[in-house]
Design a protein around this ligand. Sequence first.
Ligand code: SAM
Length: 381
Amino acid sequence: MFSYRHAFHAGNHADVLKHFVQVQLHQYMNQKDVAYTYIDTHSGAGVYALDSAQAVKSGEYLDGIARLWDRDDLPPALAEYVNLVRGMNPSGRLRYYPGSPYVAEQVARPEDRLRLFELHPADTKLLVENFRKLEAHKAEQGERARGRRILIDHADGFHGLKALLPPPSRRALVLIDPPYEVKLDYKHVRDALDEALGRFPSGIYAVWYPVLQRMESRQFADRLKRLPAKEWLHVTLTVATPGPDGTGMHSSGMYILNPPYTLEATLRETMPYLVQVLGQDGGATFRIEKGTQVTGTAIPRATEAGPRKPVGNARRASPLSGAGSLRLPGQPFGDGPRKREEGAASAPAEKKRTPAFRYADQAKQASAPARGPKRKVPGRG
Ligand code: SAM
């Protein structure tokens, strides 16, 4: 049932596009004083080790984040994202890569809330443990925890989203990033957005999807354009010409409903650079289009550029170094940190803290009804 593991794909070109855009969305949300809720319907493990067996086997990050790692000519918006990755690798060697929950934790403010859903039992455990360690590290640094800032649910994110809208503060940023190995995921995303817009029309909804030959993928963006959102912005990044057999994922897209007004300009400034640096052949390109509910129009544009030469490196202090360092995919699920949460804290700083996050296991409850037959089709990997 659970074949997809993001550890194989962490830091690839699709993650670069997704997480670069995610940082921009948080930055925009951070501009207003009112706190917001970040909802991650498909969280994954939260942090990935790029020297894990999975990442080494696929080597996908080598054509993604690794190509940006040493650059000192990053466009400003891309630098914000790459600096976040550099921040978790203070040795200067690219070893850890952030998942979307970690990106949110770092860029959102202390008063903002994170609601994280993950269905895979192993990745849920990793996510919980990674956040426990992050919290332990913050305690060691003397940082005050915000009680229940982060809630992690072992549950179906499509269902979880419904229950959280509208959010109390009437401000929400939602990331929907399923594996798309089950072709019904395309329909589930569309249906979830339709319902979410009905409950909370002004939320910012960001959807990642793989651009593949498969019909569901080709029709996906057009289907999303028919949703009743006031505005949408759609960006795709293609890093190589698709092979004749249609295998591999060379292109992916981010589709944003109610996008920040600043995002289109940021994308126009940054995407040509991403094409140059991540592009693998002459087929590398990007596409940006936008539309409104009023006009229904789409304005596509695209450019192409050749690869550039990497230079330089930057080193920053890691929020994850020291005893709070993360447990990573493949490592055993120890019970040390769990004991601390149960009241047997060994670090004095932790004794006074309200846990910054809570974990709930809803997967065993009847909250995730069958979604019809699950046919395995080629996904994002
Ligand atoms: N958003 C993550 C990031 O950017 O770091 C990556 C998520 S990964 C592409 C998709 C995750 O969704 C997988 O870990 C998978 O186990 C999980 N998943 C699949 N179906 C789900 C569902 N219905 N609800 C919640 N999680 C699900």
